[in-house]
Design a binder for this molecule. Structure first.
Ligand code: GAP
Length: 516
């Protein structure tokens, strides 16, 4: 664990050093849980967004996009339930004065029991070798059974307290299982209280009567209130989806782990409107499609898992998370929810306007049910960059840090490096960039030795480097260096566009998503 924390610290430092992520307003010592994306970060982020957007609106004829405003009429948030129910249960440690989410403290305790069980299984697997039957071992080993029983007991109490909104019940679990503050190490806790996560501000001058409005805590409501506009103007037939990418804001109690939990972040959400009764079938389909989208990136299939929700949100009749193995354990990156007709019905009630859909095939009107896929851009960014960050020892003992980013997402696709700064090599390098810059993002670099320049490109994940040397002037060939293998081959300049173009294209990823 300590080693993972060390790697995570290095990753954060790397993100800053190479222009991916900076603390917000850093010259004033930053702002808690707010970050800015630098010159390479914004390219990676835009590529992630493009990958998501095209996978929705390009691959699906019946999914279209919108871009709704961040500010919405305040009744929106009354109707959505966020004013009354968008709360986290918080608890303070009286000694350290640190604030925690009570549910997170308990989830961490559950994870400790899971770890204990896995360790027992791993130990036994080593001991018994190939003949080891993990399932049987889990069912029969007394130590595993003991941990499992304890875990189940805590879990059952936890689920009950969440479902009953029983704040005292949550506190009692923390007390009974002697959860201590990670900072002070004491059990001196306050009671658990509810804390609303929405930021609010005022619109208009006080003389006019200022209106209290909220910064949206999710982008989804912009889709719900526009669903009929889109359906009518786009002549959409159910089932159809509306996709949106945009900023969301939450006054998180525990904002930590770098860009994992931020107060200002970005979401990519898609609401899929379906006939009532068909929602669970669509839920299953979108679960499968979204997992394929993640796995197509090639970061390692074993790094993903589903986590079904113990407590369903006020709007859902089924919900799961796609979790990714971050440097600090498996964590939610995306939520997939079957939101029933909760939002549309509620907006209908609060606005007094009918937003029912007329289904020409059934010849009847109804309120559609909704499947939502909701993923955080920043969490996706973190999962990709964490999986890509690699420290390698090369032959001869030299080390390099390389970001093994999926080429389609890399900020720079090709670096063009003149071997020396004279003899017409820089001019030739510029000429190559001029011919390729319409195809993909290229970068010119002539400073320092060629080795140092390769390392700089490795550190930002550039899939290919081209070196222009004296032979280039004679026969129009260059050396092309592969980031991962570091192998170089001599190729004709004419072939660059095709070779690099194929390597960095999103098309193979899209094919994987659509393959049966
Ligand atoms: N519309 C449903 C919704 O907002 P959510 O599970 O609260 O559901 C969806 O959020 C996704 O948004 C999460 O899976 C996560 O990737 C991202 N997200 C939520 N809160 C975040 C935060 N404070 N910082 C960064 N990303 C966040």
């Amino acid at each position: 664990m300590a080693q993972q924390e060390e790697v995570f610290k290095k990753l954060i430092a790397h993100c800053k050093e190479y222009g991916f992520v900076f603390p917000s307003s850093e010259i004033y010592d930053g702002l808690s849980a707010v970050y800015d994306y630098g010159q390479n970060g914004v390219e990676l982020k835009n590529n992630i967004k493009r990958y998501w957007w095209d996978s929705m609106v390009l691959l699906n004829e019946n999914v279209v996009g919108i871009d709704a405003a961040i500010f919405m009429h305040p009744t929106t948030w009354k109707a959505s339930g966020h004013v009354d129910a968008f709360n986290d249960p918080l608890i303070d440690n009286k000694d350290s004065k640190k604030r925690y989410r009570a549910d997170v403290l308990i989830e961490e305790l559950l994870a400790k029991y899971d770890d204990k069980i896995e360790k027992e299984v791993e130990k036994a697997a080593k001991r018994f070798g190939e003949s080891f039957d993990a399932t049987l071992f889990r069912q029969t080993n007394p130590r595993v059974q003991e941990h499992q029983a304890k875990r189940d007991e805590i879990h059952n109490r936890f689920v009950k307290a969440l479902n009953d909104n029983d704040l005292d019940g949550l506190k009692q679990i923390i007390v009974d299982y002697e959860i201590v503050c990670p900072v002070s190490g004491t059990k001196n806790w306050t009671d658990v209280r509810q804390f609303n996560l929405m930021f609010s501000t005022e619109m208009g001058s006080t003389a006019d009567g200022a209106l209290k409005i909220y910064l949206r805590p999710e982008t989804a409501q912009g889709i719900f209130v526009n669903y009929l506009n889109v359906q009518k103007t786009g002549r959409m037939k159910i089932p159809f989806g509306i996709a949106q990418i945009g900023k969301a804001f939450r006054n998180e109690i525990v904002a930590r782990q770098f860009i994992f939990r931020m107060r200002e972040f970005e979401q990519m959400e898609m609401q899929f409107f379906v006939r009532p009764g068909s929602e669970l079938e669509w839920f299953k389909q979108w679960k499968a499609t979204r997992l394929k989208w993640h796995k197509a990136l090639g970061l390692g299939d074993h790094k993903y898992r589903f986590h079904d929700h113990d407590k369903l949100a006020h709007y859902a009749n089924a919900a799961t998370d796609i979790e990714f193995e971050m440097p600090f354990g498996f964590k939610e990156v995306e939520g997939i929810h079957s939101r029933t007709d909760f939002d549309l019905s509620s907006h209908e009630k609060f606005s007094g306007k009918s937003i029912k859909y007329f289904d020409p095939e059934l010849n009847e009107s109804y309120t559609p049910f909704v499947i939502e896929t909701s993923i955080g851009v920043d969490r996706m960014f973190l999962s990709i960059i964490a999986a890509a960050y690699t420290e390698e020892t090369l032959e001869g003992g030299e080390t390099r840090v390389v970001l093994k980013l999926p080429p389609a997402l890399a900020p720079i696709k090709l670096a063009i490096l003149p071997l020396i700064k004279k003899d017409g090599l820089p001019e030739k390098a510029r000429e190559i960039i001029e011919s390729l810059k319409f195809d993909f993002k290229c970068q010119y670099d002539e400073k320092d030795s060629i080795g140092k320049r390769y390392r700089r490109q490795d550190a930002i994940g550039t899939p290919y480097c081209v070196t222009v040397d004296h032979e280039t002037l004679e026969n129009n060939t260059v050396t092309l260096r592969d980031r991962d293998t570091m192998l170089q081959e001599r190729i004709s300049i004419d072939k660059l566009s095709t070779i690099v173009g194929e390597k960095v294209s999103m098309k193979p990823l899209f094919k994987k998503i659509t393959e049966g």
